[in-house]
Write a protein that binds this ligand. Structure first.
Ligand SMILES: [Zn+2]
Ligand SMILES: [Zn+2]
Length: 267
C-alpha cells in the first residue's frame, strides 16, 4: 500500500476526523467533535461540523428545504389543471389544419404535464413557450396587439424560473441566502403577513377589518427576536392592527350615516 498522505496540519493541531488532510479549527456546538475550516457551518452565534450543521433541528432552513424538496406547490397543480385547455386548443387547431398552432399547442401541453411530473427540463422549457407563440404569431401575421398579454405571461414565466420554491420542487440546489429569503416570506410569522393582507382588504371589505385586528394582535404576541429562529414581522402585524382599526372606524361611520338617512344597513 502507499505511504500515508502528507499532512498540512501543524504537528500540535489535531486533524479533522473526517478530513485528515485538514487541521481542525474548532469544536462543533452540537456533537463536540472537531471540524475543519472548509466544512464549518455557522448558524447565528454557533459553529457546527458539516454533519450537525445540516441537521433539521440545528438548521430551520434545512428543515424547510427538506419539507419542500420535490414537493409540488400550487403552481405545479395549476400546470396540471391547465393541461386540458392546452390539449383542447391543440385538437381544435388540428381540426382546422393550422399546423403551426398545433405545434405550439402540443409544446404547451407537453411542458405543463412535464412540469407537473417534476421533469427538470420543464423549467427552462417554460421560458421557450412564449418566444414560440411570438414566432408563430409573427409568421401568421396576426395583429400585434395580441402580443400585449404575452408581456405579463413572460414576466410570470421568468418569475417561476427564478423562484426558490420552484427550484426546491425540481430538487435543484438552493444557497442559504435564497433559503433564508424564502423562509422569511413563508415561515416567519405568517399571522403577521395575513394580518397585513386582511388590513388592506378591510378597507374595501368590512368583514376583513376585525379579522386583521385579531390576526395582527396574535402576530404581535408571537414576535420573539430571542427565539431560534427569531420570529419577526412585528411591523406587518402592527400595520394589520392599525389598518383593521381604520377600516372598522370607516365602516362604522358608513353604517351610522346610512342609518341616520333611514336606509337599510346593507347596501
Ligand atoms: Zn457536530
Ligand atoms: Zn473536516
Amino acid at each position: 500500500m502507499s505511504a500515508p498522505a502528507p499532512s498540512t496540519a501543524l504537528p500540535d493541531t489535531p486533524p479533522c476526523p473526517r478530513h485528515p488532510e485538514c487541521a481542525a479549527v474548532g469544536t462543533c456546538a452540537r456533537c463536540g467533535g472537531f471540524y475543519c475550516e472548509p466544512e464549518a457551518i455557522q448558524h447565528g452565534a454557533h459553529t457546527y461540523c458539516e454533519a450537525c450543521g445540516h441537521l433539521p433541528e440545528v438548521s430551520h432552513l434545512e428543515r424547510m428545504r427538506q419539507k419542500l424538496w420535490g414537493k409540488r406547490d400550487g403552481w405545479a397543480w395549476l400546470m396540471l389543471a391547465s393541461a386540458p385547455l392546452h390539449l383542447t386548443f391543440t385538437l381544435a387547431v388540428g381540426m382546422e389544419r393550422l399546423w403551426h398552432w398545433v405545434g405550439v399547442g402540443a409544446a404547451d401541453t407537453a411542458v405543463v404535464v412535464a412540469w407537473f411530473l417534476g421533469v427538470r427540463r420543464a423549467r427552462p422549457a417554460l421560458l421557450l413557450l412564449l418566444p414560440l407563440w411570438l414566432g408563430v404569431m409573427l409568421l401568421t401575421e396576426r395583429d400585434l396587439w395580441v402580443l400585449v398579454p404575452l408581456v405579463p405571461a413572460m414576466g410570470l414565466a421568468l418569475w417561476l424560473y427564478a423562484s426558490t420554491r420552484v427550484r426546491l420542487y425540481f430538487q435543484l440546489e438552493v444557497d442559504r441566502e435564497r433559503l433564508a429569503r424564502l423562509w422569511d416570506a413563508r415561515e416567519n410569522n405568517p399571522l403577521a403577513r395575513h394580518a397585513l393582507v386582511c388590513g388592506v382588504a378591510g378597507l374595501v371589505l368590512p368583514v376583513a377589518a376585525p379579522v386583521a385586528m385579531v390576526l395582527g394582535l396574535l402576530g404581535l404576541h408571537r414576535v420573539n427576536p430571542e427565539a431560534r429562529p427569531p420570529i419577526g414581522k412585528g411591523n406587518h402585524a402592527l400595520a394589520g392592527v392599525v389598518l383593521g382599526g381604520i377600516g372598522l372606524v370607516f365602516w362604522a361611520v358608513v353604517l351610522l350615516w346610512r342609518l341616520s338617512l333611514g336606509l337599510s344597513p346593507l347596501p
